[in-house]
Design a protein around this ligand. Structure first.
Ligand code: FEO
Length: 403
């Protein structure tokens, strides 16, 4: 598949998309073998080109060369910068070098960040929240959407076209054919749904409470959206506009999938893995198919997938061997990200095995309690004794999870 995709979306509005298969860890953190796209939008007006966001920092030269294949770069008049994270603003310095007369449109915080990140002082037009600018017959309304997911993030609404350009918001990982979600076949749509949740939980999850606040704010200002054009993944039109907004409302509220249970464990020598098999057998008997992620001496699961599944789970079971006098450092890392990225109104069952030190459980429980988790149950046992705790484990599971 070609890495560059260019298409006219509607009259005089184009997408220039980079399909990135090289980035293994998005933000240097999240494993994305499925790839990701960076979507730059170009509006061709009588008074010049308006660019909405660019590409990742390392792609600046490619971005400018691709843009030149389709447009006279000297016609770029404005570069609307919705978000300063360098997967969207990173190619802008190269664009400005190719056309120093272009003016960035954004807010004061973006200006400060741009000048610091890229050591440049380009022409900059600061727009207020709700401000409208008319350019070449187009009407652009700028809506500030703080903490989705940085403080400077904003969107543009093209008033005379009912098009909302949203950058990270409504974005997804993955690379799909075509511009719009409705061009994707049913099987890939299922993959896409997981990619939306994966993107949301890993990138926006920490700021989920701002989603519905900002959606309310957007809908106070605009009443019709025919198209949503995000900075990653497919765009939306028709029924998909309402569908993706509803999904975001749900994710913002932190809604859980009833009975969804995620088991995360770390087993150093296989004892704890044997206990997980007993647990799995019991849960399946109760018609509860758990999603299981195990760190062992032969495999470590991608943390991005764990966080995706934890986000909308109702129950979490975390099982770890005692390591020195605390838990496995791998579990500690996953738990810290769970606390940082996902809703906290879940039932948590902690299972700790120990050889000689019994300090881990109280420290581990305290970690959850201090971060606002309210429903926590635990089981502690000495390594090798998992068959002897089977009944206790099953009783606690039945009672705690109502199964
Ligand atoms: Fe796609 Fe927050 O950057």
């Amino acid at each position: 598949m070609s890495k560059i995709f260019f298409s006219e979306i509607v009259r005089d509005l184009y997408i220039l998309q980079y399909r990135d298969y090289e980035t293994k860890f998005f933000e240097g953190i999240w494993s994305i073998p499925e790839g990701v796209t960076y979507n730059s939008y170009i509006l061709d007006t009588d008074e010049g080109l308006i660019i909405f966001d660019t590409w990742k920092r390392s792609l600046g030269e490619i971005y400018v060369n691709e843009l030149k294949k389709h447009f006279n770069i000297k016609r770029v008049r404005y570069i609307v910068t919705h978000h300063m994270e360098p997967d969207h603003s990173g190619s802008t310095p190269d664009l400005l070098k190719a056309n120093p007369d272009a003016t960035i449109i954004s807010n004061q915080l973006s200006k400060d960040m741009f000048e610091s990140f890229y050591n440049m002082k380009p022409n900059f037009k600061i727009v207020r929240d709700g401000e409208i600018i008319k350019i070449g017959g187009e009407v652009l309304r700028f809506i500030h959407t703080p903490w989705l997911h940085w403080p400077e993030t904003m969107m543009t609404y093209l008033e005379n076209r009912s098009i909302l350009i949203t950058c990270d918001v409504f974005g997804s990982y993955g690379v799909f054919n075509g511009t719009f979600l409705d061009e994707i076949d049913e099987e890939n749509k299922k993959i896409f749904m997981r990619e939306v949740i994966k993107y949301f939980s890993t990138v926006i999850g920490h700021y989920r409470e701002w989603v519905n606040k900002n959606l309310e704010k957007i809908f106070r200002e605009i009443h019709e959206i025919s198209y949503i054009l995000p900075g990653h993944g497919p765009a939306y039109r028709g029924d998909d506009v309402k569908k993706i907004i509803d999904i975001y409302r749900m994710l913002g509220r932190g809604e859980k999938k009833p009975r969804k249970t995620v088991i995360i464990y770390a087993s150093m020598y296989g004892f704890l893995k044997e206990m997980i098999s007993l647990l799995e057998e019991f849960l399946e008997k109760k018609d509860l198919k758990p999603v299981i992620y195990g760190f062992t001496d032969t495999y470590h699961p991608p943390i991005s997938e764990i966080i995706t599944d934890v986000y909308d789970a109702e129950n979490i079971i975390i099982a770890t061997s005692t390591y020195e006098d605390y838990i496995s450092p791998l579990i500690r890392h996953v738990v810290e990200l769970t606390i940082q990225k996902t809703p906290r109104d879940k039932k948590i069952l902690l299972i700790i095995s120990y050889g000689w030190s019994r300090k881990a459980l109280s420290l581990f429980r305290e970690l959850f309690i201090s971060h606002g988790f309210k429903e926590i149950e635990f089981i502690e046992y000495r390594t090798g004794q998992h068959h002897n705790i089977k009944v206790d484990l099953e009783n606690k599971l039945s009672k705690f999870f109502n199964i």
